[in-house]
Design a protein around this ligand. Structure first.
Ligand SMILES: NC(=O)c1ccc[n+]([C@@H]2O[C@H](COP(=O)([O-])OP(=O)(O)OC[C@H]3O[C@@H](n4cnc5c(N)ncnc54)[C@H](OP(=O)(O)O)[C@@H]3O)[C@@H](O)[C@H]2O)c1
Length: 269
């Protein structure tokens, strides 16, 4: 299969890339750090691996990525995995708050941009990497860009709820043959949070060293949901690692799903 993994250059995404290659899939690894990607390409030395550079917090760059990827022969699976937490509120070049842009809008923009390719595939799957922390905060539809009393944690938790809301909307809104599911990979000892400075970075590292599972173990969840025949036809589900479970009550709110879908589309125009 031809499988796109965003954030494939580190952490859970890189472990997933390695697993997919070991199963002989063609992997399109998306990340923003070219040097890091070159080191990976050199060390893995696998002709089935290709790198696409893109800053996924930038709509214009995602459009360029979509254009390039639509020239590929086929795409069977898209894993929207890239994500980050920002301890200080940051904006992209269009003035959009970065957690919202990267963790949420990029998932939707790429999914919509590759829709035709995925529909042409026999299996056509999208996997959105969310998190159990989506349960920590509700969405404020009047504050999607986290302007009010910003904290990185709140913005991050909300973005992971947005991942679930659009997962549940995808088939309903688009009447497509693509199946779209989301997951919590576990609490993982990846590089997550290391983009921040000082205390925030130290705190995340400290807690991860105590409690987190490895990237390799965490990647088994997206690996299963991306490739298992057991999940043929399964759509609109939330998995905790390998097990289908319920997400938060608010994530099933049809009205909220609709509002988020419509509001998010406005940002992609
Ligand atoms: N770690 C956890 O405990 C945990 C738990 C639940 C869910 N998750 C979710 O799992 C996903 C992966 O996280 P991780 O823990 O593996 O993090 P990570 O080790 O920090 O890796 C993040 C990946 O995202 C890419 N990325 C970040 N910003 C980007 C941007 N602007 N444009 C393009 N790519 C970008 C990075 O690429 P570059 O290095 O090239 O920038 C890297 O490949 C995230 O969606 C996260 O929310 C993580």
């Amino acid at each position: 299969m031809n499988i796109v993994v965003t954030g494939g250059t580190d952490g859970i995404g890189l472990a997933l890339v390695k697993n997919l290659l070991s199963l002989n899939h063609n992997v399109k690894m998306v990340g923003k750090d070219t040097k890091k990607a070159e080191r990976i390409l050199n060390s893995l030395n696998n002709s089935k691996l290709e790198f696409f550079r893109c800053d996924l917090s930038e709509k214009r760059e995602i459009n360029e990525l979509i254009h390039k990827m639509n020239n590929l022969s086929s795409i069977d699976v898209l894993v929207n995995n890239a994500g980050a937490i920002f301890d200080k509120r940051e904006l992209n070049s269009e003035g959009i708050e970065k957690t919202f842009a990267l963790n949420h809008l990029s998932y939707l923009q790429l999914s919509l941009g590759l829709k035709k390719k995925l529909e042409d595939s026999k299996i056509g799957r999208i996997i959105n990497i969310s998190s159990n922390v989506h349960k920590n905060y509700d969405i404020d539809i009047n504050d999607l860009q986290n302007e009010i009393k910003y904290t990185g944690w709140k913005a991050y938790c909300r973005s992971k709820l947005l991942n679930i809301l659009i997962t549940y909307s995808f088939k309903k809104e688009l009447n497509t043959n693509i199946n779209c599911n989301c997951l919590h990979p576990g609490f993982v000892n990846s590089n997550f949070g290391n983009n921040n400075k000082n205390f925030y970075r130290f705190l995340i590292r400290f807690v991860k060293n105590l409690f987190a599972i490895s990237n390799e173990k965490a990647s088994l969840s997206p690996l299963y949901i991306a490739t298992s025949k057991n999940l043929n036809g399964v759509n609109g589900k939330y998995f905790d690692k390998l097990k289908e479970v319920k997400s938060s009550k608010v994530s099933y709110d049809n009205n909220l799903q609709k509002i988020i879908w419509q509001e998010s589309l406005k940002y992609l125009q």
